[in-house]
Design a protein around this ligand. Sequence first.
Ligand code: N01
Length: 546
Amino acid sequence: MSDTAETRYDAVVVGAGLSGLYMLHRLRESGFSARVFEAGTDVGGTWYWNRYPGARCDIESMEYSYSFDEALQQEWEWTERFAGQPEILRYIEHVADRFDLRRDITFETRVLKAAFDEAACHWRIETDAGETVEAKALVMATGCLSSANLPEFEGRDSFLGETYHTGRWPHDHVDFGGKRVGIIGTGSSAIQAIPIIAAESEHLTVFQRTPNYSVPARNGPLDPDYVREVKAEYPEFRVHNRLMPAGFGSKGLGRNDVSALADGPAVREARFAERWEHGGFGFLGAYNDLLFNRDANETAADFVRERIRDTVKDPEVAERLCPDNVIGCKRICLDTRYFETYNRPNVELLAAGTHPIERITSAGVMVNVMNPETGEQEGSREISLDCIVFATGFDAMTGAVLSVDISGRGGRTLPDAWSAGPRTYLGLGTAGFPNLFMITGPGSPSVLTNMVVAIEQHVDWIGDCLEYLRREKLATIEATPEAQDAWVEHVNSVADKTLMPTCNSWYLGRNIPGKPQVFMPLIGFPPYAEKCAEVAANGYEGFVLR
Ligand code: N01
């Protein structure tokens, strides 16, 4: 085993997205040696891979950015209320340049394997470039939505046309002009891509398994007065956002702290309409019980269904687009003229109720044609296509972590430790895997929070923890099984008080056949951040330090 400065690091970080980049910066600031491995050719993570037409953030740009450096947040000029992918990527590249981060990042290199060496108390990490390095700490900055889900449709690989996955979009421009395009899926990615692909292509067929709720983003140029106002007190603005349940929105419409059932229909309609016009996630803040009470939830769901019926001219198509599940139990989508797109003559919606996908053929997609009254199959129809876009989402929250062959104490593998679903303490560590840290791991608020806020809180916690180990001359930190069991229980009990576990969402792993079904993110950022701070202040309570 080599012991050179080049191959031993205080920390190895996997991933150079928003979390890996800030982790590297923080490690350097604390005087640690660090190396980052990144599969892509450059920085950006989510915003590097998801270049599909229309890709845009659903958190406002003044909030979806780093707060750790005042000069950075003052100098960067966002142009739109919700930034598009190219602008976010430019921002991340700017951060990489500004803090000279690339020199410690090895691009186009995947970490294949990481094994904890108990005798030496370090991780041994192997890459697909044939390199092996050692590190005291291993930080998985692999993102929550980065392992693309490409379902095993029968005949998938026989299709002779072009295929794309929204989460693995090519870097070169994809020209849909004059082409017949099919898109599978109607989640956030599809809802953003569909209006643009419809406008560019000759014909677009949308294959919808489950209709989704979407509210208008109302994106537009940022108001310079608003930018000035935020920048005049950026640090305070960040503090206020961190105190919001999901880490954003302190200058928004806020949450109306009454039950939806306390207002009569006319007042309720006006409240929902105000938020619908305002645009963005604030819609679900119209009342305080929309995610807790089924009847309250139904009032918001009804409002959105009515807007779909107002917008889509063909009543049958409108009905196919109306979801009947709980609004907000899947991540709500933000759109720009999504439902309007179904009024175009070159767009067809095939819903699984009447036209489920049977298989993919060399020429397109074969659907079964079902009788809507009897549910009996009446025949099949082949949709001829030049391109298929898979907007089929991700193996969320665990997919990327588990794609690395990680083994901890006694050679136990992570897939074995997580065979019944992910088990973590605070979403930061997992029992049996010393000095393994996850940024925005399962069991932390992560995807239910403004991701940049969640990332900064985790990176700072990990940075402080590594400084503590160094100061106290400790070799390892590891979650205790008891603290972990109690934490998993806590995450589930918080979710069970809400309507969020009630549908087939990726929060529960239900989008991936065979994946254990566990509600993975923790609801509520501020109490979580407080708990993490308390754990650290109490000498890392719930962890064993050796
Ligand atoms: O993925 P999804 P996504 N046969 O899993 C369908 C974030 N994000 O990439 O609902 C047929 O939501 C699936 O159908 P169903 C955001 O957090 C943010 O769109 O499972 N269909 C669904 O319609 C988001 O939630 C932004 O029945 C199949 C779709 O594919 C998350 O990323 C933008 C299928 C997948 O939807 C994921 O969004 C984009 C099958 N076998 C993404 N398998 C913004 O910031 C799956 N589907 C705005």
